[in-house]
Design a protein around this ligand. Structure first.
Ligand code: TXA
Ligand code: MG
Length: 342
């Protein structure tokens, strides 16, 4: 299969591009498209065969449920039941946005394989003009995981999708780089208090300012959140081993020197300000302590490391709090828990 890319990141009339995407979706195909977090790989959520194609294209374990994307807040009632007052407040204030809410599902509407074996469904309304326009023209729900091969970092550019899924999907709708850069926060509304199953683009602070305290299933960054099955698999992994390191210029320089003495080529992911001239490659992720910038640039930096011959990758950590929770969660997963020095 040839993978076509249509760009809608311009001022032209893009209605033909959307129509092409919707034709594929209505005929049971899959389409990659941008959201404000990362690119998604969408299929009509009511079409079991189409949803099956998502799992095949990604190589995704079939026990890992998909998020249902909707274009209107009101549509949540079509697919979910038991929507609490707290949930209504979050929907009112946080949608469209990087927050997935897990509800009890309305039986018989969404295809079984979207939430295999689950009584619940994760729903979100993405805050991206291209995703919203696609949903509007489609006039239906899109089941969509991140549009990467399973185990790889989520795509923040159409190019990343092409690298992973070339020849496996018919169409990528290119809307430029995504803004947030890490996936949505997954919040389980079926527990009291609600539980953060995956930290993400919507911060815990923001959620708690609206509905009071929530439970964070992952007690320390990177710890498993067993109820979001996706969190138990190897994730975001570059080809070479990645180690998290203290965000300290001298510590990183020393580490690079030591590793090079052992004959290793070292790629470093770190803040703009650091001058690690000895590193074989240095990929910047924005100003020091800038969580949002790091979120936006982290996956691209990991993918850039994959294009080098580095034997080892060192990635400078950031502080927790705000989007830092999500950034550190992903970084620790990419490192499979490894820190430098070992
Ligand atoms: O930002 C995002 O959420 C992106 C964009 C494309 O919307 N999507 C995304 O999907 O990251 P995915 O499939 O890569 O990750 C979904 C996560 C997984 O960890 C999955 O286990 C969890 O959400 N999840 C989905 N439905 C769930 C449910 N009903 N109960 C518990 N966890 C659920
Ligand atoms: Mg994913």
């Amino acid at each position: 299969m040839d993978t076509e890319i249509v760009s809608v990141d311009n001022h032209m009339d893009n209605s033909l591009s959307y129509q092409r995407a919707v034709d594929i979706l209505k005929n049971g195909g899959v389409v990659a498209f941008p959201t404000e977090t990362v690119y998604g790989l969408g299929a009509l959520a009511t079409d079991e065969k189409a949803v099956q194609r998502i799992f095949e294209a990604k190589g995704r374990p079939s026990d890992n449920p998909l998020i249902v994307h909707i274009g209107n807040k009101e549509d949540v009632d079509k697919y979910a039941v038991d929507i609490s007052e707290k949930a209504k407040l979050l929907i009112d204030k946080c949608w469209p946005g990087p927050l997935t809410l897990v509800f009890n599902k309305k039986p018989g509407v969404i295809a079984e394989n979207v939430t295999p074996g689950f009584e619940t469904v994760g729903i979100r309304m993405p805050d991206h003009p291209v995703a919203l326009q696609l949903l509007r023209v489609l006039d239906g729900p899109l089941a969509a995981p991140s549009a990467n091969r399973s185990g790889k970092p989520s795509p923040t550019e159409a190019n990343h999708v092409l690298t992973d899924l070339h020849g496996r999907i018919p169409l990528i709708v290119d809307g430029g780089r995504t803004g947030v850069g890490v996936e949505s926060t997954v919040l389980d509304m079926t527990t009291v208090p609600p539980t953060i199953l995956r930290p993400g683009g919507m911060t815990r602070e923001m959620i708690e300012s609206l509905i009071g305290s929530v439970h964070a299933e992952a007690k320390s960054p990177g710890e498993e959140a067993p109820k979001a099955p996706g969190m138990k698999y190897m994730h975001y992994a570059p080809e070479s081993p990645l180690f998290v390191i203290q965000a300290d210029e001298k510590a990183i320089r020393d580490a690079v020197g030591m590793l090079q003495e052992e004959g290793k080529r070292v790629a470093v992911i770190g803040p703009d300000e650091f001058d690690i001239d000895g590193a074989d490659w240095y990929f910047t992720v924005g100003p020091l302590h800038d969580h949002e910038a790091m979120a936006a640039n982290l996956y691209r930096a990991i993918r850039q490391c994959d294009l080098t011959d580095a034997d080892i990758i060192l990635a400078a950590e950031t502080d927790m709090g705000g989007v830092g929770d999500a950034v550190m969660n992903r970084l620790i997963k990419a490192a499979d828990g490894k820190r430098f020095p070992i």
